[in-house]
Write a new protein. Structure first.
Length: 159
């Protein structure tokens, strides 16, 4: 593919507002012209993760895509649902969005639970409790390397 044609395609991709059309165009550019996704990302001045997120949209069932096109769910919902590989789980999550009005944040938590086997229950542990646990571990083993962290939900924890 000559550089002028590639430039035209990339310009079209930058201007494309339909996420599914953009995903198909990215995949076609990759498959048909054997251009690496990382190179496409570089030329579009976006991260490789951005390109991957769009490519994952192509695995979503038509039912879910229809929900987006009828403004039943948001683009954020699509991106979150696309992280799930199993189509039956995707449809179940989509049905939960419809029946329970799940927000994108609630959906993200449900998807994290599916992908990583996590369950967010109970109250967050306060800093003072975490520090006390760290001190007890250090007392048992002074050489232990204990670090505390804060996750995206602002709950603190340690590892």
């Amino acid at each position: 593919m000559d550089s002028l044609k590639l430039a035209q395609i990339l310009l079209h991709l930058r201007d494309e507002h339909d996420p599914i059309k953009k995903a198909h165009a990215l995949k076609e550019l990759h498959d048909t012209h054997d251009i690496a996704y990382s190179y496409i990302a570089k030329e579009l001045e976006v991260s490789p993760a951005y390109v991957s997120s769009y490519i994952r949209l192509l695995r979503l069932p038509e039912l879910v895509l229809d929900g987006y096109y009828t403004n039943t769910i948001s683009l954020t919902h699509l991106f979150i649902l696309a992280r799930v590989k199993d189509k039956e789980q995707i449809v179940t999550l989509y049905e939960n969005i419809l029946t329970h009005g799940m927000s994108a944040l609630e959906l993200d938590e449900a998807v994290r639970n599916i992908l990583h086997g996590t369950v967010s229950e109970g109250e967050p542990v306060h800093s003072s409790a975490i520090r006390a646990i760290e001190q007890k571990i250090k007392h048992i083993n002074p050489h232990a390397n204990v670090k505390s962290c804060t996750n995206t939900n602002k709950n603190e924890g340690f590892y």
